[in-house]
Design a protein around this ligand. Structure first.
Ligand SMILES: O=C(O)[C@@H](CO)OP(=O)(O)O
Ligand SMILES: [Mn+2]
Ligand SMILES: [Mn+2]
Length: 559
C-alpha cells in the first residue's frame, strides 16, 4: 500500500450499522475435538458455549488456529497465544518469529546482521552466554535453532560458550527435559572436541526460573538472574544431566517447575556466571516471556529486584521483543512488522475500546492484539484493565482463576455504554490445561463458560453483538495420542498427559440482539482462520475492512 493512498478512514459497511456494542471474547486454549473423557470442555458443564454450538448453524463455525493459518513454519506447529492473538488483532497472516529465525539461520543472514556483529565484539575476550527454553515445542524457541546457533557462533569466532537452559514440560511432554539435555550435551561435547570451551552453566524450570510474563512475579526472573549472572542457586551439580535427573526425583517435581541450579567445577565454583565483557543472547523468539529478563539485562535503571552485580555485557535478543520500547536494543533477527492492526484502525474510526484480562493473559488482548506493541494508541479512546493474577501457584489449585472478576469488569464496561468494543481473554482452559490436571481443567472450563454467560447477558441488556472465539486448543485434549487417535500409555501403563496446546480448530460464534438480521457465516471461506476474525469484527462495527486484510467470515443476506 503506497503511503500516498493510505488512509486510516475505513469505508462504511454497505449494510451493517454503526454504534452497536461488540463484545469480543477469547477463550484461551479452547479447541474443538472429539467428545471423550480427555476432552475437559466436553466433560465440564458448559451450557453457554453448548447453546452457541447448538444454536443457529449459520452463526457458529470452526476456524483454523495452528500452522500456516497463523504464520507458523509447518502444519505440525500447534497454535499459541502470541500468533493467535496477533492474527486475531492484525487480520493478516505474518510470518512469525519461528519462521523468520529459520530463514535467517538457513540463509546465514543472521551472522551478517547488526545484532550478531555487535555481540561478536565480545568473542575474543569474553564468553558468549545463550539463555532460553530447551525443547522442540516451537512456541517460544526450538532446539534445532539453538543447535544451528551454537554451530554458527563457534564458526564465527566464539571460543567460550555457556548455555543457561530452561526446561519445558509445557509445550512438550513432562520428563522430556532429560532427552533434550542429552542432545545438547552431545552437541557441546562435539564443540569441545573442536577446541571450543562449551558447557551448560545453569538451569531451572521455565515457570519457576526466568520466563515470567507481564510482571506477574519478578521473583521468577530474580531466581534466573541469581543462577545465570551471579552463579548462585540452591542446587549445585557437576552436570546438567545429573541436575535434571536428580531434581526430577523430588516428589511432585516436573520439568516446568524445576528449581534453579548451577553447574560447578571440581572446586565447587560456578562454571559460567555472566561477567564484564561477556556477550548474552536470549534465544527465545517469542516475546512475552522474554521482556522481563530483557529489562533486567538491559536497563541501567532497574528497581524490580536487587541485581547485586550488573555486568557490562553486549546483549542481544533473538528478536526485538517490544517494538515500542525498542527492547532489547540489539537483536539477531528482525521481528515481523505487524502494523495497521484492527485496534489502531478502529480507534481512528471512533470506536472506543475496553480490553481486560488477568495479569497472566493481560498482554494477550493488548500487546499481542496490537501487534506486539505496548501501550495505548489513543488513551482517550481506550481503557485496558488488568486484574492481578495470583502468583506463586500452579493454577490447578485455583482453576477458577479470575474469570468471575474479568466478567464482572467487562459486564460493567458494557453496561456503562462508554465503549463500542469490549475485548477479553478468559485464561482458564489454557492455564489450567497446562498443569495437566484433568479434574482441575474441567472446573476451569466451567468457570470460563460462566464468565461468557455474564458477558453475553450484559450484551443482551444493551442490545449489542457478541463474537466468542478462542486462540488455539488446549483443554479439549489432555492426552498424548498415537496417529490413529488412541491415548498413549507410559511404561507404567498410565496415560501420557498432554500439557501442551493442540492442532485443533477453535469455535467462533456470533449473535446478540444487535446483530442485524440476515448476518450469517459465509460458506465460501471453508479454510477460514483466526486472521479472518478482524475483518468480521470491523464489519460488526459498521465498517469495511482494509483491502489487504484477510476476508470477512460473514455476509448479510436479505430476508
Ligand atoms: O504459557 C505459555 O507461554 C504458552 C505455552 O508455552 O501458552 P500461551 O501461548 O497460551 O500463552
Ligand atoms: Mn493462548
Ligand atoms: Mn497456553
Amino acid at each position: 500500500m503506497g503511503s500516498s493512498d493510505f488512509s486510516w478512514k475505513l469505508p462504511d459497511h454497505p449494510k451493517l450499522p454503526k454504534g452497536k456494542t461488540v463484545a469480543v471474547v477469547v477463550l484461551d486454549g479452547w479447541g474443538e475435538a472429539n467428545p471423550d473423557e480427555y476432552n475437559c470442555i466436553h466433560v465440564a458443564q458448559t451450557p453457554t458455549m453448548d447453546s452457541l454450538k447448538k444454536g443457529a448453524p449459520e452463526k457458529w463455525r470452526l476456524v483454523r488456529a495452528h500452522g500456516k493459518a497463523v504464520g507458523l513454519p509447518t502444519e505440525d506447529d500447534m497454535g499459541n497465544s502470541e500468533v493467535g492473538h496477533n492474527a486475531l488483532g492484525a487480520g493478516r497472516i505474518f510470518a512469525q518469529g519461528a519462521k523468520l529465525v529459520d530463514l535467517a539461520l538457513a540463509s546465514g543472514k543472521i551472522y551478517e546482521g547488526e545484532g550478531f556483529k555487535y555481540i561478536k565484539e565480545s568473542f575474543d575476550q569474553g564468553t558468549l552466554h545463550l539463555i532460553g527454553l530447551l525443547s522442540d515445542g516451537g512456541v517460544h524457541s526450538r532446539l534445532d535453532q539453538l543447535q544451528l546457533l551454537l554451530k554458527g557462533c563457534s564458526e564465527n569466532g566464539a571460543k567460550r560458550i555457556r548455555v543457561h537452559i530452561l526446561t519445558d514440560g509445557r509445550d512438550v511432554l513432562d520428563g522430556s527435559s532429560v532427552g533434550f539435555v542429552e542432545t545438547l550435551e552431545n552437541d557441546l561435547a562435539q564443540l569441545r572436541a573442536k577446541g571450543v570451551d562449551a558447557q551448560i552453566a545453569s538451569g531451572g524450570g521455565r515457570m519457576n526460573v526466568t520466563m515470567d510474563r507481564y510482571e506477574n512475579d519478578w521473583g521468577v526472573v530474580k531466581r534466573g538472574w541469581d543462577a545465570q549472572v551471579l552463579g548462585e542457586a540452591p542446587h549445585k551439580f557437576r552436570s546438567a544431566l545429573e541436575a535434571v535427573k536428580k531434581l526430577r526425583e523430588e516428589p511432585k517435581a516436573n520439568d516446568q517447575y524445576l528449581p534453579p541450579f548451577v553447574i560447578v567445577d571440581e572446586s565447587g565454583k560456578a562454571v559460567g556466571p555472566i561477567v564484564d565483557g561477556d556477550a548474552v543472547v536470549t534465544f527465545n523468539f517469542r516475546a512475552d516471556r522474554m521482556v522481563m529478563i530483557a529489562k533486567a539485562l538491559e536497563y541501567q535503571d532497574f528497581d524490580k529486584f536487587d541485581r547485586v552485580r550488573v555486568p557490562k555485557i553486549r546483549y542481544a535478543g533473538m528478536l526485538q521483543y517490544d517494538g515500542e520500547l525498542k527492547l532489547p536494543n540489539h537483536y539477531l533477527v528482525s521481528p515481523p512488522e505487524i502494523e495497521r492492526t484492527s485496534g489502531e484502525y478502529l480507534v481512528h474510526n471512533g470506536v472506543r475500546t475496553f480490553a481486560c484480562s488477568e495479569t497472566v493473559k493481560f498482554g494477550h488482548v493488548t500487546f499481542f492484539w496490537n501487534g506486539n506493541r505496548s501501550g495505548y494508541f489513543n488513551p482517550s479512546m481506550e481503557e485496558y484493565v488488568e486484574i492481578p493474577s495470583d502468583s506463586g501457584i500452579t493454577f490447578n489449585v485455583q482453576p477458577k482463576m479470575k474469570a468471575l472478576e474479568i466478567a464482572e469488569k467487562t459486564r460493567d464496561a458494557i453496561l456503562s455504554r462508554k465503549f463500542d468494543q469490549v475485548r477479553v481473554n478468559l485464561p482458564n482452559g489454557d492455564m489450567v490445561g497446562h498443569t495437566g490436571d484433568i479434574e482441575a481443567t474441567v472446573v476451569a472450563c466451567k468457570a470460563a463458560d460462566e464468565a461468557v454467560k455474564m458477558i453475553l447477558d450484559a450484551i443482551e441488556q444493551v442490545g449489542g453483538i457478541y463474537v466468542v472465539t478462542a486462540d488455539h486448543g488446549n483443554a479439549e485434549d489432555m492426552v498424548k495420542r498415537n496417529k490413529s487417535g488412541q491415548p498413549l500409555l507410559d511404561k507404567d501403563g498410565k496415560i501420557q498427559i498432554l500439557t501442551s496446546h493442540t492442532l485443533q480448530p477453535v469455535p467462533i460464534a456470533i449473535g446478540g440482539p444487535g446483530l442485524a438480521s440476515g448476518v450469517r457465516f459465509r460458506k465460501d471461506v471453508p479454510d477460514g482462520g483466526l486472521a479472518n476474525v478482524a475483518a468480521t469484527v470491523m464489519n460488526l462495527h459498521g465498517f469495511e475492512a482494509p483491502s489487504d486484510y484477510e476476508t470477512t467470515l460473514i455476509e448479510v443476506v436479505d430476508n
